[in-house]
Design a protein around this ligand. Structure first.
Ligand SMILES: Nc1ncnc2c1ncn2[C@@H]1O[C@H](COP(=O)(O)OP(=O)(O)OP(=O)(O)O)[C@@H](O)[C@H]1O
Ligand SMILES: [Mg+2]
Length: 448
């Protein structure tokens, strides 16, 4: 049987919660102070700690620092509205989730069902990490460049929580694939994953599409309609192009995120909802804020856990993996495998990919159809791809985008020069016009 410890100074609510937790098949103990909590945890390691933040002898957060005490316990914070920000911070320090007080039986139940089997999810993340080593993919995502590894780490960390995720990245970088991977790695995976493109629904209809409506609430509303929030119950709602949502609706979305309730159009009865929201934009969030397309309060609330997907041109080393992934996929579908010649692959790797992974997939699809034999040579690539000048192999050159931070340019130049001179540090330092000591210092900074 799983054991839960409820750390709460209000004896009545502690009792009430112990009863609720007990009804879910946990053995439950209560503690009324930090001191009491430490003592009980030392006696019996709980699987789950429900932790109040304001306790008579200090802040509940301080328990999170005590790793020897916390061990493998999952910690869920209970918080009043005022300290919501603190709870969000706490998630970054390892809390599994948070509940807003007063805690309802329903909320508690849904959180218990989600936090009770984290070891299964953890094992799964381990498997995915092994896959990554072997085949260069993580869930639905292909790529093993450093920036993508960073993304996978973020996904693995956030998936187990119910925190809102905000994915930013250029068009075609894989924002929806990220959202799906978060869903599939969460306790919500058996429930629906619904994707809504806020930019594709007419502004008149979007509110009733998202929140539903009552019969007769407007002309043409002939029967009650369940919106995306209701249909995604227990699962994940992916709100793509969230900056295209009308401002009035952004206010309503904010309210759902804060209170966990919403109202159908034409109704005054709040509905409880248990949905994890993942929002995305292909705009620069800062720009969307300053132009007023995205409300600041909503942004703040969405941005609890930001994931920023790098454009494909910043992770060119993933191109060959993506090419073979897509050619494999197309080959399976069409019943015949083709491969790209080294020259074609070189072209594909050098191209700037303004449309990112989606554009790459489309280019391959087209080349597959056009090419006669089992090889895709560069003659089947679009003119834009061929127009990109190749980096000359002898001297070696770097392409640097306007606005690249100087530190990053310095790093790129140093590493490329080092490689060019076959890792001979004296020649590299001489070519760059710096002392050997400076070169060593830089390499150390880069962790090399
Ligand atoms: N890392 C990846 N591995 C495999 N496939 C990917 C990856 N990234 C993107 N894709 C594929 O590229 C296409 C575009 O991805 P997706 O729809 O997630 O992009 P997006 O960022 O949501 O774009 P938009 O901003 O236009 O909505 C999809 O077919 C997706 O499967
Ligand atoms: Mg998308």
């Amino acid at each position: 049987m799983s054991h839960a410890l409820i750390v709460e100074d209000d004896a009545d609510s502690a009792q009430m919660m112990a009863a609720l937790v007990g009804a879910q098949g946990f053995s439950a103990a209560t503690a009324c102070s930090l001191r009491d909590a430490r003592r009980q945890m030392a006696m019996q390691q709980p699987d789950l700690v429900l932790l109040d933040l304001r306790l008579p002898d200090g802040n509940g957060m301080s328990l999170l620092d005590e790793q020897s005490l916390i061990g493998n316990s999952e910690v869920v914070l209970m918080t009043g509205h005022a300290s919501l920000e603190t709870s969000i911070q706490a998630l970054r320090y390892g809390a599994a989730d948070y509940l807003i007080k007063p805690v309802s039986a329903k909320q508690l139940q849904s959180i218990l069902s989600r936090v009770t089997r984290p070891s299964v999810l953890r094992a799964e993340v381990d498997t995915l990490n092994e896959d990554l080593q072997r085949s260069g993919r993580f869930g639905h995502l292909v790529g093993k460049s450093e920036p993508m590894k960073g993304i996978y780490e973020q996904i693995a960390r956030v998936a187990g929580t119910s925190v809102t995720v905000f994915v930013a990245g250029e068009s075609g970088t894989g924002k929806e694939v990220v959202a799906r991977t978060v869903h599939d790695l969460s306790r919500r995976r058996a429930r629906p994953f619904l994707a809504v493109n806020c930019g594709a629904i007419s502004p008149n209809l979007i509110e009733s599409e998202i929140f539903g409506h009552e019969r007769g609430s407007f002309t043409g509303a002939e029967r009650q309609h369940h919106g995306f929030f209701e249909r995604a119950h227990g699962g994940t709602l992916f709100l793509d192009e969230v900056t295209e949502m009308p401002p009035a609706l952004q206010v309503k979305l904010l309210r759902v995120l804060e209170t966990g309730t919403f109202m159908r159009v034409g109704s005054t009865t709040p509905q409880e909802t248990d949905v994890r929201v993942i929002a995305a934009t292909n705009r620069d969030p800062a720009q969307a804020l300053s132009s007023g397309a995205l409300r600041e309060d909503l942004y703040y609330r969405l941005n609890v856990f930001p994931i920023e997907l790098p454009p494909l041109r910043e992770r060119r080393e993933d191109v060959p993996l993506l090419v073979s992934h897509f050619l494999q996929e197309i080959g399976q579908r069409e019943g015949g495998f083709k491969r790209a010649t080294p020259a074609a692959l070189e072209r594909l790797t050098q191209y700037r990919w303004p449309g990112n992974v989606r554009e790459l997939r489309n280019v391959l699809q087209r080349a597959y159809v056009m090419s006669a034999g089992a090889e895709i040579t560069d003659q089947w690539l679009p003119r834009d791809v061929l127009a990109q000048p190749l980096r000359s192999a002898d001297a070696g050159s770097l392409e640097v985008a306007v606005g690249t931070p100087l530190a990053s340019i310095e790093r790129q130049v140093i590493l490329a020069t080092l490689e060019h001179y076959g890792h001979q540090k004296e020649r590299t330092a001489a070519a760059l016009g710096v002392s050997l000591k400076t070169l060593y210092n830089r390499l150390k900074e880069y962790g090399l």
